[in-house]
Design a protein around this ligand. Structure first.
Ligand code: PEP
Ligand code: MG
Length: 572
């Protein structure tokens, strides 16, 4: 049956392909007493064998698509499967207590997980996660259901999931995953942000797409309108494909601006920068004519690693970005873990409101060894390019001063060790907490620059969780209250001769750009794929007119009024 599914447009593009559901299957089972223990052991051996074959395949695929280093985690999983101590105990549990293999596997693996989880050593703690993963795979075979393996997808599909974590998203192979659609999430949840940088069409926040479609159902998805259709008719497929072709043609048009300067109709230059998550993303920045990296989200370096990345690993990553960007500036943000980004090897406390909790600079100022390692790696890399460093989630001047003091301390130590460090590293902060936006005049005296993180600034100002589709209507970048905060920040920076940029998704929003030009924002940092369309838009607008527009917008009452004003000044 043909059915329309509506969600939040999260990443441009159109896809038509069968559904691949990335959902956890039901692994519940009945604990039973068994008469034939030998048969249970045979069932267990078979499940272990199939799991081993599967893991070997996943490992080989990971080694070719992600690299040997990333594939190592699966070696650890295979070791668990072959561990004579654990397998022996599961078999003894079957023979001694005559329980079924499912129950014996669960009892023994839970016991091992418990032991490893309480260990101090971070490496040993990680083993608990390995055992949990492997036990789940074996159990799935015992109860006779398949586990989804996103890395093994080898035909064109649209991934359907309740939610995708940033690391799930990173594993999607663009050659086969033509789009994705989820039940939860908003435009600024990290899976949506990553979809844009991977250029995968996506819709998030549909509420119930998982319940509405089956594996193999054909889905047509438009990431620009947020509309999907299951079992589309030939006519609907043709409509979606036509929209996809129109978008591709527009992209080809924008591509001609790759080497052009970013100037408005009256000749004023604005810096168009890109947001990246890994050194590999620099290629996309350069292909899209990015003038700088305005936000390097370094937490992905931590999330892609099985344990804390070493100073050397980090140095190599930062150096690569700086070298590849040449004389173009690179703003590196220190680690922002917490909220929707977790590290398996750093046990963060379970909190009711993780976005209001222990996150970003709050973690760094507490786990200072980790923070110092990152700063040392950055300082060492600084001689390879134009490095700017910024701290995320700054709420108070005290936090900035503390972070800066640690930075200065590591800088002094490195210099004393005779290590070369650049003299021109700029030190700034992200403005994403209203407290910092309100007090921007005081911050401006002490920082070198501001970068406005509107994804968080809007969620905190409107008190609307960026992960919740139910309150996503409150993600209102054009709300005059948000515009006033932004205006305050830009004016405060300029009064002290500093620059103000923006690295939240709003910087690439085509309705917001004219307003931000009018307010005099200096740098716009966005998904690389939004750069060329923004360059094209800027060429059509005039700064004097946009100043007038911004003034009227700042004096408006609602975001609807502001949208109307933009239409009047810029056109549809
Ligand atoms: C922001 O909050 O706007 C931002 C750029 O940071 P992140 O999306 O990583 O929280
Ligand atoms: Mg943020």
């Amino acid at each position: 049956m043909t059915e329309k599914i509506l969600g939040i447009a999260a990443s441009d593009g159109v896809a038509v392909a069968p559904v691949y559901k990335l959902v956890q299957p039901d692994l519940s089972f009945d604990r039973k007493e068994v008469a034939d223990t030998a048969l249970e052991i045979e069932r267990l051996d078979k499940a272990l064998e199939v799991s081993k074959g599967e893991l070997q395949q996943i490992r080989d695929k990971a080694a070719t698509s992600l690299g040997e280093e990333e594939a190592k985690v699966f070696d650890a999983h295979m070791l668990v499967l072959e561990d004579p101590e654990m397998v022996g105990q599961i078999k003894s549990a079957i023979t001694d207590t005559r329980i079924n293999a499912e129950a014996a596997l669960t009892d023994v693996s839970d016991m091992f997980i418990g032991i490893f989880e309480t260990m101090e050593d971070a490496y040993m703690k990680e083993r608990a996660a390995d055992i949990r993963d492997v036990a789940k795979r074996v159990l799935a075979h015992l109860v006779g259901v398949g586990l989804p393996n996103p890395s093994m997808i080898n035909e064109e599909v649209i991934v359907v999931a309740h939610d995708l974590t940033p690391s799930d998203t990173a594993q999607l192979d663009r050659n086969f995953v033509k789009g994705f659609i989820t039940n939860i999430g908003g435009r600024t949840s990290h899976s949506a942000i990553m979809a844009r940088s991977l250029e995968i069409p996506a819709i998030v926040g549909t509420n119930n797409v998982v319940e509405k479609v089956e594996n193999g159902t054909v889905l047509a998805l438009n990431g620009m309108t947020g509309e999907a259709i299951s079992n589309p008719t030939d006519e609907q497929i043709a409509e979606f494909k036509a929209a996809g072709e129109k978008y591709a043609a527009q992209k080809a048009e924008w591509a001609r601006l790759k080497d052009a300067k970013t100037v408005t109709a009256d000749g004023v230059h604005f810096e168009l920068a890109a947001n990246i998550g890994t050194p590999k993303d620099v290629e996309g920045v350069l292909n899209n004519g990015g003038e700088a990296v305005g936000l390097y989200r370094t937490e992905f370096l931590y999330m892609d690693s099985p344990s804390f990345p070493t100073e050397e690993d980090q140095y190599q990553a930062y150096k690569k970005v700086l070298v590849d960007m040449g004389d173009r500036p690179v703003v590196v943000r220190t680690m922002d873990i917490g909220g929707d980004k977790e590290l398996p090897y750093l046990q963060l406390p379970h909190e009711m409101n993780p976005f209001l909790g222990y996150r970003a600079i709050r973690v760094c100022l507490h786990e200072t060894d980790m923070f110092r390692t990152q700063l040392r790696a950055l300082l060492r890399a600084s001689v390879h390019g134009q490095l700017r460093i910024m701290f995320p989630m700054i709420a108070t001047l005290g936090e900035f001063r503390d972070a800066k003091a640690i930075f200065k301390d590591e800088e002094a130590k490195l210099r004393a060790e005779g290590v070369a460090v650049s003299d021109s590293i700029e030190l700034g902060i992200m403005i994403e907490i209203p407290a910092a936006a309100v007090l921007a005049d005081k911050f401006a005296k002490e920082v070198d620059f501001f970068s406005i993180g509107t994804n968080d600034l809007i969620q905190y100002t409107m008190a609307a969780d960026r992960m919740s589709e139910r309150v996503s209507y409150l993600y209102q970048p054009y709300n005059p209250s948000i515009l006033r905060l932004i205006d305050n920040v830009i004016k405060a920076a300029h009064a002290e001769g500093k620059w103000a940029g923006m690295c939240g998704e709003m910087a690439g929003d085509q309705t917001a750009v004219p307003l931000l030009v009018g307010m005099g924002l200096d740098e716009f940092s966005m998904s690389a794929t939004s750069i060329l369309k923004t360059r094209s838009l800027m060429a059509k607008i005039d700064t004097t007119k946009m100043k007038e527009l911004a003034e009227k917008a700042l004096d408006s009452c609602t975001c609807a009024e502001v949208e109307e004003l933009v239409k009047q000044y810029v056109g549809e």
